[in-house]
Design a protein around this ligand. Structure first.
Ligand code: ADP
Ligand code: MG
Length: 251
C-alpha cells in the first residue's frame, strides 16, 4: 500500500489527520507506520496514545556528527541500495502498539544545535528505501510549509495529501504543492479540515476551479480541539465515515 506524505500549513491539521488515518488503518488490521518528520512538534505520541521510541532515526544512525562525517556518502545502516522493511526496523527506533508503529526522524533538542537539514536528508533516504507490502501503510507527518519538498522527501513517497484549513493562504499553498507533486508524478489530493458550513461551498469552488481534487471534508470539531487541548488521544469516531472515504481515495 502507499507511502503517503501529509503536507499543509502550520496548524492546518496534519498531525490530527495522521492520527485519524493511522488509527483507523491499524484498527482495520493494517500494519501502519507513522513517520514523524516534524523536528519541532512533540505531541504526536500523545495524539496516538503511544509512547515514543527510545531514540530518533538520526540519533540511531550516529547523530549530527556522523551525518556530517558521511556527508554525501551512504551511512552503513542506511545505504541507498538497501531495502528496508517494517520487520527490519529495530525496537529502539519504533514503538509499536498492536499494528501501529511510530518512528521519529529526530527533534531539535538544544539551542543553536544547527538546522534541521540532517533530519530532512535522513527522512528522504529512509522513505526512499522503505518498502511496504500490499497490506502495510506508511503515513508521513511533516513540518509546516514546503521545506520537506525542498529536501526531496517526495521522492520516496507514493502520494501527497495536503490538509487545507479554510484560509486563502492554504488555497495558494495548495497550488504550489500540486505543482511539486505533478513535477514528480505523484498523485495529489487535498483534505479540507476545520470546515464550517459556509466555508465548505466557497473552498470547494475555489479548489475545483484550480483542478484540485478533494478527497474528504472534515468539519470543525469541538471534540477534536478539546482532545488536543487536554493532551488526550484523538477520538476518531466522529469522523469514521469521512476517514474511510479519504482512505478509499488513497488506495
Ligand atoms: N477538524 C478539527 N476541528 C477542530 N480542531 C481541529 C481540527 N483539526 C485540527 N484541529 C486542531 O487544530 C490544531 C492544530 O492541529 P495539528 O493537527 O496539530 O496541526 P498541524 O500538525 O498541521 O500543525 C490542534 O489544536 C487541533 O486539535
Ligand atoms: Mg503537526
Amino acid at each position: 500500500m502507499p507511502k503517503i506524505i501529509l503536507s499543509g500549513k502550520g496548524g492546518s491539521g496534519k498531525s490530527t489527520l495522521t492520527s485519524l488515518l493511522s488509527q483507523t488503518l491499524a484498527a482495520e488490521g493494517k500494519r501502519t507506520l507513522v513517520v514523524d518528520t516534524d523536528e519541532s512538534n512533540r505531541t504526536l505520541d500523545k495524539m496516538l496514545n503511544m509512547s515514543s521510541a527510545e531514540m530518533g532515526l538520526l540519533d540511531y544512525l550516529g547523530g549530527r556528527e556522523e551525518f556530517k562525517a558521511n556527508m554525501g556518502k551512504d551511512s552503513k545502516n542506511l545505504s541507498s541500495n538497501n531495502r528496508i522493511t517494517l520487520d527490519m526496523l529495530p525496537e529502539k527506533i519504533v514503538s509499536w502498539k498492536g499494528n501501529l508503529g511510530l518512528l521519529s526522524v529526530g527533534k531539535i533538542q538544544q539551542v543553536s544545535e544547527g538546522c534541521a537539514c540532517p533530519m530532512g536528508a535522513t527522512a528522504r533516504k529512509f522513505l526512499n528505501q522503505l518498502t511496504v507490502t500490499e497490506d502495510e501503510w506508511v503515513i508521513v507527518d511533516t513540518e509546516a510549509g514546503v521545506e520537506h519538498f525542498g529536501r526531496g522527501l517526495l521522492e520516496g513517497a507514493d502520494k501527497v495529501v495536503m490538509v487545507i484549513e479554510p484560509s486563502n493562504e492554504s488555497v495558494t499553498l495548495a497550488e504550489r504543492i500540486k505543482e511539486f507533486a505533478e513535477e514528480k508524478d505523484k498523485p495529489f489530493v487535498v483534505v479540507l479540515n476545520k470546515i464550517g458550513d459556509k466555508q465548505e461551498k466557497i473552498l470547494t469552488e475555489k479548489l475545483e476551479d484550480k483542478g484540485i481534487r478533494i478527497g474528504g471534508i472534515l468539519k470543525q470539531s469541538e471534540g477534536i480541539a478539546l482532545n488536543n487541548l487536554m493532551g488526550e488521544t484523538i477520538d476518531s469516531s466522529e469522523f469514521t465515515e469521512t476517514v474511510n472515504e479519504i482512505l478509499r481515495t488513497l488506495v
